[in-house]
Design a protein around this ligand. Structure first.
Ligand code: NAI
Length: 390
């Protein structure tokens, strides 16, 4: 169980680019990072509007001289200090991730970046090489994959409690973009423009969460082929999609089905996962994150609750609140930030043995998400054709 006891040598000096007053995801980063005292927020270039960013920064406790108007000023300003920033989180629109990550790494800073990591696998490979040369960590924030019941699912699959995996069924949908984009805010505008969002809208925005979680639960399964059918129900969003279905064939013969949509009008279900094996199935949804449904063929359905002693040790090790008390998205983010902090700490100490056995969403997790997107787009643009997964 995680109780806030510090597991690294000292708090990391941490800064943020983006995630300002109007940003949707910034607060999740701050609650995640600051939960266990492993990060101390010392600086930020929080906003595209420099003044608003400065005002915001000081109101969340950052000293005025370390609230910068631009990420380049942050890098230069912090480099001049003895106690300069060591790790920077990037919570800005997709098209800025690559250049900010690259600049931070070149300046010797660890990076924690939002998904989808970059636009292309080529960019991911280039950044992975740079991080390796600089001996730095790149972490990626797939929000719900720190949840203890996600790690319960992974442990159950590893223990062969499901048997051979046959069916992977995943859905992440909502209805917030059911209407047109007239009068839409900034977050919708950049998401629906290929120049700022990249080659996808909902596939990258929410589909990569599904894909990465399935990789955590089923690390031994690899996709051999996939078919992606995507559509913009609101035509101004084309060539990007507000709805997509992806079918997947895995190397063990399993079949996968994934549905992402932001035009599922009225739906508030968010994410749902069902993994079906030859002996049993498991099902989890972030609408009821405390419960994992476990169904063994021929037996009554069981509901497993987080924090209970009957769970696997991997799940209990990731638990914060204990049974009976809700464990949710904020707790999951805190775990992700903690695991990335432990990776950064190990890097600093040169503890490669720890890093080899330590699980956290790193550059590979970001790269695989982008690879999956590239394959989805290739299939969709070929008229929803089956394509070999490259
Ligand atoms: P947003 O549009 O709501 O906020 C973006 C923030 O970044 C704003 O504060 C804006 O002023 C600032 N910004 C933009 N360009 C900047 C620059 N060059 N320098 C400094 N600040 C800049 O966007 P949202 O929804 O917060 O998404 C940001 C990123 O986070 C995206 O990559 C998105 O895919 C990802 N995201 C991830 C989630 C997760 O669960 N991991 C959830 C929501 C978003």
């Amino acid at each position: 169980m995680i109780n806030g006891e510090r597991s690294i040598e000292r708090p990391l000096r941490w800064g943020m680019v983006g995630g300002g007053r109007t940003g949707q995801v910034g607060y999740k980063h701050r609650t995640g990072a600051q939960r266990d005292g492993t990060y101390r927020l010392v600086c930020g270039a929080f906003d595209l509007e420099a003044e608003r960013g400065r005002d915001f920064g000081t109101k969340i406790g950052v000293s005025a001289d370390r609230c910068y108007g631009h990420y380049k000023e942050l890098i230069a300003g912090e480099a001049r200090r003895e106690d300069g920033v060591e790790v920077v989180s990037i919570a800005t629109p997709n098209f800025t991730h690559y250049e900010i990550t690259k600049s931070c790494l070149e300046a010797g800073l660890h990076v924690i970046c939002e998904k989808p990591l970059f636009f292309t696998v080529t960019e991911c490979d280039e950044i992975a090489k740079l991080a390796e040369e600089k001996n730095l960590i790149v972490g990626v924030t797939y929000g719900f994959t720190g949840h203890p019941l996600v790690h319960q699912m992974a442990a159950m699959v590893k223990k062969d409690m499901l048997g051979e995996i046959r069916i992977v069924d995943m859905q992440y949908t909502h209805g917030f973009n059911s209407g047109d984009d007239a009068g839409a805010g900034e977050a919708v505008k950049w998401r629906t423009n290929p120049k700022t969002a990249g080659p996808t809208f909902v596939l990258g925005d929410i589909g990569t969460h599904l894909y990465y979680l399935s990789e955590v639960v089923l690390p031994h399964l690899k996709i051999e082929k996939l078919l992606c059918d995507r559509k913009a129900f609101i035509p101004t969003r084309a060539p990007l999609e507000d709805h997509a279905t992806v079918l997947m064939h895995y190397d063990n013969g399993a079949r996968g089905r994934l549905w992402v949509s932001s035009v599922n009008a009225g739906n508030m279900g968010s994410q749902r996962y069902r993994f079906v094996g030859s002996k049993a199935s498991i099902e989890w949804s972030d609408a009821q994150p405390d419960q994992l449904i476990y169904e063994v063929q021929g037996e009554p359905t069981r509901t497993l609750h987080h924090g209970m002693p009957y769970l696997e040790e991997e799940s209990l090790a990731a638990d914060r609140m204990g049974a009976l008390h809700t464990e949710g998205l904020g707790d999951s983010w805190a775990n992700i930030y903690l695991w990335i902090a432990q990776a950064i700490d190990a890097k600093r100490r040169g503890d490669e043995a720890f890093l080899r056995s330590h699980h956290y969403p790193g550059i590979e997790a970001g790269t695989e998400g982008v690879r999956w997107l590239e394959n989805c787009v290739r299939s969709a643009d070929a008229g929803a054709a089956w394509v070999d997964f490259k």
